[in-house]
Design a protein around this ligand. Sequence first.
Ligand code: ZN
Length: 231
Amino acid sequence: MEMIRSILGSCLRDFFYAPICCQCSRALESPVSPLCLSCELRLPYACRTFGQTHNLQARLAGRTRLAASGYFLEFRKGSSGAQLIHQIKYDTALNLAQYWAQVWSRSLTFEGIWQKSILVSVPPNRWKSRLRGYHAACELADYLGEYLGLDVNHNLLNRKWITRSQTRLGRSDRWDNLQGVYRWSGAPIPDTPLILVDDVVTTGATVEACLKILQKQTAQPLGLLSLAYTV
Ligand SMILES: [Zn+2]
């Protein structure tokens, strides 16, 4: 009787608490990934290595001293990939961010001077991140730093004050909205390459504003890693 009760209890536990896919809510085949195989195969993974020959680099070319960049996922607004990024940004799906950082880091190699890089996350709107309890770009930088063996610093680049949300603005409005928002804290670090980390790049106005601050602080190359790039 005791054994039957124990088996029944275990079945009920599995039924109610079995890990489910972030996307379709079906039970997961493997505890390693927060996505089921079917959802994972349908995602627009870009798995871009860190370099110069892709759309994100082309979009930002000539505007800053950005030397190399990379992104993991390429999506259109409203797609399944976009829904998952929304979960990471707003619904605490940090297990998914960690899983993607781990997978992505296997495709990223940093050689020569890049091995001395510091990862700098795009700073949060402090009021919003306090309400949410976290900031996706900071969490992502921490995961990437861990898997890539690179230093992370969240205090070098800060956001000055609360501004209008960028979400519904076009490129030129975003640029106007961002003027003077970011600032550098501390002394310049001329010998250190800096790699900016963001969760998603849409128009590129935010990362451009941040890169313009970073390029005044180092004589070494600048990089950019964004989990997703909106095409
Ligand atoms: Zn699924």
